[in-house]
Write a protein that binds this ligand. Structure first.
Ligand SMILES: [Zn+2]
Length: 218
């Protein structure tokens, strides 16, 4: 029996107690692609210097030391305070100064599309509550006041009004058709993979045919 066959019949799903890597699928990125299609049409609303100055005051931003408004670490990015995408659809919130909060990468990733207050006080990995950050109460209060302040300022676009617009509907139909195309390539990938595995097995059954390059299987 060949090494490859021995390995297959042992049907190991782990090595050294660690799960082996999952098999990759060409079509595995459907959710990411749908998200990207939505994010790619989110508008950016221009802002003025006067708005920036007021935004800095409301968020208590120290221009010499810009920190994450959620946890206090050094800020490295601007988080969308209200998520722009939810359930693969635009929420109506966009890239608008009132919807941007200086954040660290840890908080931005941990928060994802969650409502800021639930996330801050929740048990998500790396949430401010989970990390037991200093000044939790005052930080929550600053952002609570900020949320009230932006209530009638933040831009919300009723995307549903574009749903009768063919430019809009075609765009999302084409996204679905792209994902279907990827699924057809997934079945082509399975066919090719089976072919490659068969070829390796066949070569191992007939070692005289094995070239130096074909010693893939350890
Ligand atoms: Zn943070």
């Amino acid at each position: 029996m060949t090494e490859l066959r021995k390995r297959k019949t042992s049907s190991l799903n782990q090595l050294a107690g660690i799960k082996i890597p999952a098999e990759t699928k060409v079509s595995a990125r459907g959710t990411t692609i749908r998200g990207a299609f939505v994010k790619a049409i989110i508008p950016v609303i221009p802002w003025t210097y006067a708005q920036v100055a007021e935004w800095e005051v409301r968020l208590r931003i120290d221009k010499n030391n810009v920190t994450c408004k959620y946890c206090g670490d050094k800020a490295s990015e601007l988080d969308h305070f209200f998520a722009v995408v939810k359930d693969k659809k635009p929420t109506g919130y966009v890239t608008d100064i009132y919807n941007l909060i200086p954040s660290c990468g840890k908080c931005n990733q941990s928060k994802g599309g969650k409502y800021w207050k639930d996330w801050m006080a929740g048990d998500a990995p790396n949430s401010p509550h989970t990390r037991n950050i200093a000044d939790f109460g005052p930080r929550l209060e600053t952002l609570d006041n900020y949320e009230n302040w932006i209530a009638n300022k933040v831009t919300i676009i009723p995307f549903s009004k574009f749903e009768s617009d063919s430019l809009y509907t075609t765009y999302f139909e084409e996204c679905e058709s792209l994902i279907k195309t990827l699924e057809t390539y997934q079945s082509k990938a399975v066919t090719l993979k089976n072919y490659i595995e068969k070829r390796i097995s066949a070569e191992q059954e007939n070692p005289q045919q094995i070239s130096q390059q074909s010693t893939i299987v350890p």
